[in-house]
Design a protein around this ligand. Structure first.
Ligand SMILES: Nc1nc2c(ncn2[C@@H]2O[C@H](COP(=O)(O)OP(=O)(O)OP(=O)(O)O)[C@@H](O)[C@H]2O)c(=O)[nH]1
Ligand SMILES: [Mg+2]
Length: 710
């Protein structure tokens, strides 16, 4: 493979956009167009370089962000084809960190979609240049003008048309290029177009649009603006320079035309990327945690940043990196800055999907991969020993949904956990953890498709059959009034006896609560409970009726019952307990007896104190096009949610609601089906709130029945 030793000739782009807008098809066509494959594959034939995982073939969409590249003249363009479905947002986020220009696909049938808004929120703060590709112009329902209008409504005049289609729809084959002021006409099979003059009937339109775009280009530089005002136009060279500046400064988001499927417009897009988008060295440098620049230059010290880990069934661990500075040669030895482990990179590869090409050297700004690096995890940095080159980690979003998972055969449980942990290493938006509280193995992630993929991997690679079950709900129990109870634990039949008697009062706990009325408080202890909320313990024993050494045992008994609350066995919280009387036996009293008495008295007092069950409530936000607001709200209301409001956010609506976690099982699938995938949601824990009375009774009865069975 040719050695690309000058960063100016290396460009890194990420293809992002809504599901099915054509990213994988475009990546394939770009790869083909660079002469790197003999035949252009298609998503339908399941033979694209980028969608190479079996699950991608099975599902017909991307689930991984896949690296591949293309070439144009002396340029190398590294491409990451990101998945559109937002369950796999982790793949997008990690790739965004290392790619220099974002190329967003727009399906010309739909124009701006919710997915664009969600993606924009992720890229806006990164300060990366952005270009749009209006794809699927060959589709009978393509509507270029409308789609451009939606982009302009959202992104203003920054979204600038560089090309427009002559005959969109089934006969699409011609594009007017406003930079070159010519018409590209494609024959069947696309690829190399014929360059023609703009037809007379389109000349005025083209002139008008070109002026609009030249004005936008001129705005990128004061000097250009002066020339433009003086002469009414710019020279081709001035246009290119203005374009570069406008793109780099994020003043201009050019809109290109394509039919990725029929390879129309693609070569021009490649040329544009090669010649006009910035290389890494032209962008602000990556910084260390202590604020130093890591300048992208091959003459600097070598620094590699690992942005992605993939466990390949054949290769094992594949670690993907970007050369932030210096250069990396096969055989180099570097140190993992996090763990201090030495790592020798015997081989380094350029990856095109699953195809590896070993290379000798990669320079600053280029991308590569290495296999079987023992210590390397996503976010690690490899550099020279003794360097302090910690960089800010990629921030992945917290989970939105969770499921309990079980192996069908108990013998597979351990192996299943090992595999799930590996998957969590691969995908930082996925977690696996045994919940002591719920007594279930809980996996968490962004959506059901992502979790289904884990099950699919267990089935295909490990031959472990598993099933998902509804996770138990972490209810909480508390009380609403004060109540007294006493309990005498007495066992005196044969041998050493047991005796302990405890009188207690329970009260609802709240911040700065007064001491219990009428009791002589000798000490007060407030404990933060590991599961949230507090326990306030008042020792009100007078006259030594219970020896001080038994008080911790009573507290232990209370804590035992708080861990398995009296109504449903859930954790209890926000309770104050006052021990104010009791009895001892000179011989038979011991720790065990007082622990039991404490536990039983607490249970009785709790049940008398108008106990109530609390459930976790989530804040849900759904970003949705206006025509679907009603459907989304109706569905949420059917889930016992309280709608908090509807706000408009740019071209869409945000429905905000508070919803009980118990009702949000499989929400991501359900939302996809209600909205045909045209909405996005966020969901996070907000607070605990009272469970409706009838539901509390039902849950209490179920618990009582299960206790009887035991
Ligand atoms: N007519 C037409 N169809 C296209 C074009 N580009 C892609 N498609 C089709 O659209 C469908 C989705 O294409 P993909 O390339 O998989 O889209 P994607 O954006 O990668 O989708 P995700 O990976 O799910 O995000 C496939 O059936 C493609 O054949 C195009 O330019 N014209
Ligand atoms: Mg794809």
């Amino acid at each position: 493979m040719k050695v690309y030793s000058d960063n100016k000739f290396i460009k890194n782009i990420i293809l992002i956009g809504p599901p099915k807008s054509g990213k994988t098809t475009l990546a394939e066509t770009m790869h083909f167009q660079g002469g790197l494959i003999k035949r252009c594959g298609s998503v339908e034939e399941k033979n694209t370089v980028s969608d190479y995982h079996d699950i991608e073939h099975e599902r017909g969409n991307s689930v991984c962000a896949t690296s591949l590249h293309t070439v144009w003249k002396d340029y190398k363009i590294n491409i990451i084809d990101a998945p559109g479905i937002d369950d796999f947002v982790g793949e997008v986020i990690s790739s965004l960190r290392v790619m220099d220009t974002c190329v967003m696909t727009v399906n010309a049938q739909h124009g701006l979609e919710v997915a664009h808004e969600v993606l924009w929120n992720k890229i806006e703060g990164l300060g990366r240049p952005l270009a749009f590709i209006m794809n699927q112009l060959d589709h009978s329902k393509s509507q270029f003008d409308h789609a451009v209008k939606t982009l302009k409504e959202r992104f203003g005049l920054k979204a600038t048309v560089f090309q427009f289609p002559v005959n969109e729809g089934e006969n699409f084959n011609s594009i007017i290029d406003l930079v070159e002021m010519c018409m590209y006409v494609y024959t069947q099979g696309g690829a190399k177009p014929e360059k023609k003059e703009i037809p007379a009937n389109l000349k005025d339109k083209a002139e008008e649009m070109r002026n609009e775009f030249i004005e936008k280009v001129a705005e990128s530089d004061e000097k250009l603006m002066e020339i433009y005002f003086a002469e009414g136009t710019l020279s081709p060279e001035q246009i290119i320079n203005g374009l570069k500046a406008g793109i780099l400064n994020k003043d201009l988001y050019p809109i290109f035309c394509a039919s990725a499927k029929y390879n129309m417009g693609v070569e021009r897009i490649i040329e544009f990327i090669a010649t006009t988008t910035p290389s890494t060295s032209e962008l602000p440098p990556e910084k260390t945690k202590d604020g130093k620049d890591i300048v992208c230059s091959d003459s600097n010290e070598t620094v590699l940043f690992f942005y992605k880990t993939l466990i390949d069934p054949f290769l094992g661990k594949v670690s993907y990196f970007k050369v932030l500075s210096g250069k990396i040669n096969a055989g180099s030895e570097l140190v993992n800055i996090r763990s201090n482990d030495g790592e020798k990179l015997n081989q380094i590869f350029v990856m095109d999907g699953k195809n590896r090409q070993a290379v000798d050297t990669l320079v600053a700004g280029d991308m590569g991969a290495a296999v079987k690096l023992k210590s390397i995890k996503t976010n690690d940095v490899l550099a020279k020993k003794g360097s302090y080159l910690e960089v800010a980690p990629i921030n992945f979003p917290g989970p939105r949904i969770e499921m309990a998972i079980e192996a069908e055969s108990k013998n597979d449980s351990e192996k299943m956990v090992v595999s799930l942990r590996e998957m969590a290493e691969e995908d930082p938006t996925f977690t696996v953890e045994f919940s002591k509280e719920l007594k279930q193995l809980i996996v968490k992630g962004q959506g059901e498709l992502q979790l289904d993929l884990c099950r699919w991997k267990l089935d295909h690679f490990d031959k472990i059959k598993t099933s998902y079950i509804k996770p138990r709900i972490p209810y909480r129990e508390t009380i609403q009034m004060e109540a007294n109870a006493s309990y005498r634990h007495k066992k005196q039949s044969g041998g050493a006896g047991q005796f302990g008697e405890v009188h207690m009062r329970v009260l609802p706990y709240f911040e700065d609560m007064p001491n219990p009325a009428g009791l002589n408080v000798r000490s007060k202890d407030i404990q933060e409970l590991p599961w949230g909320g507090k326990l306030c313990f008042f020792n009100c024993i007078v006259g030594g009726v219970i020896d001080a050494r038994y008080i911790p045992s009573i507290l232990k008994g209370i804590m035992e019952k708080m861990e398995e609350g009296p109504i449903t066995g859930s954790y209890a919280r926000d309770v104050a307990v006052a021990i104010y009387d009791g009895k001892m036996h000179p011989v038979d009293s011991n720790d065990m007896a007082f622990k039991i008495a404490g536990r039983m008295a607490f249970k009785d007092a709790f049940l008398k104190a108008k106990p109530k069950l609390l459930e976790p409530i989530c804040s849900v936000e759904v970003l949705v096009p206006e025509d679907l607001v009603g459907d989304v709200m109706g569905d949420l209301q059917g889930r016992r949610s309280v709608i908090q409001g509807i706000d408009s956010k740019n071209n869409f609506q945000v429905v905000k609601a508070k919803a009980p976690l118990a009702e949000m099982y499989k929400y991501s699938t359900s939302l996809k089906s209600i909205t045909q995938g045209r909405a996005a949601f966020s969901l996070e824990f907000a607070e605990y709130a009272t469970v409706p009375g009838d539901l509390q009774n039902k849950l209490a009865e179920e618990y009582a029945a299960s206790q009887e069975e035991k």
